[in-house]
Design a protein around this ligand. Sequence first.
Ligand code: PMP
Length: 363
Amino acid sequence: MAEKNLDLAARLRPALAGFEPYDPAFSPCRVNLSANENTHALPEEVRAAIDAALLATPLNRYPDPMANELRDAIAERHGVARGSVCVGNGGDELLFNLLFAFGGPGRTLVTCPPDFSEYANFAAMCETAVERVWRDAEDFSVDADALVAAAAGADLVFVTSPNNPTGDLLDPAVVRRLLDETDALVMVDEAYVEFAPEGSSVVGWVASEPRLMVLRTLSKAFGLAGARVGYLVADPAVVDVLGAVRQIYSVDVLAQAAGLAALRCREALAGTVADIVAERERLAAGLSELPGVRTWPSSANFVLVRVPRAAEVRRRLRDEHSVLVRDFSAAPGLEGCLRLSVGTREENDALLDALATLVREES
Ligand code: PMP
């Protein structure tokens, strides 16, 4: 008789053992500042343009696999050719596909943790070794010499600017060194760069740097996290490889239509980004007045804080004030840290008020 025992552990690809379904422990809350989303309502004209584009999109046909109209709008935004742009189901898909394509057994990815945890997850799934160049424990700066030394023997380097969850920008001079002094493929993750000062991006270098790849997303500044649209600007040969290995219809027709409409009205989104940047500074200033709370300068749409009894503060924010933030207090290098996404003025006020109360009570 056939065995009824599922015994999945024995059947699972060994590299995938230990992974669990992604559950960020979302609870319905009045104020959700936990996932670095853009919580501002889209400007009316942008929302109307997206709605019209969605309404005009037939659902009975498969998507254009490479999303060429969207690629063209992105290419125009960055002054590159269509062939230098690969669109993905969020930046996440592109990060996975980079490791799927260029990682694998015997290959090494260099990262600078604490950083976006998916880098290491995707590397493990793709059986790619990870060499970690830890950031400074105090100010989270990257040791450029150590990074370049590690990258010299590696296949891939992922750096993040601004970095999640620490908020700091990477000096472009470090990217310069990685390109000049190593042979690695260098991916600069600029998911949050629209919230950083003008001139922070290295996307303009891609045209003359075949080993440089820049990741962007419409999830943050463009407010489209739910639509799942990210893209990579890279050498056309890299884009061809990614085009060959991707799930062919991963960016659906609605996502393509929404992304295209949002990109076409990006001027109208500038006000929202400026407001989030101003709110970030106001939030940081408010936080710095709370006793025992430490913050780090951020160029993104979130602020990292260290508070006494962080896990308890996070729980009470959620349960007593209906404010949800992200707990990193158990993550290596982030002891006692919470990550606060920047919301609207009202949301940030609710967070500051609640934190002021809890920090007083918990200290
Ligand atoms: N890179 C970084 C640093 C991120 O924080 C995120 C999302 N949190 C992503 C990439 C991926 O974003 P998305 O898949 O929504 O485009």
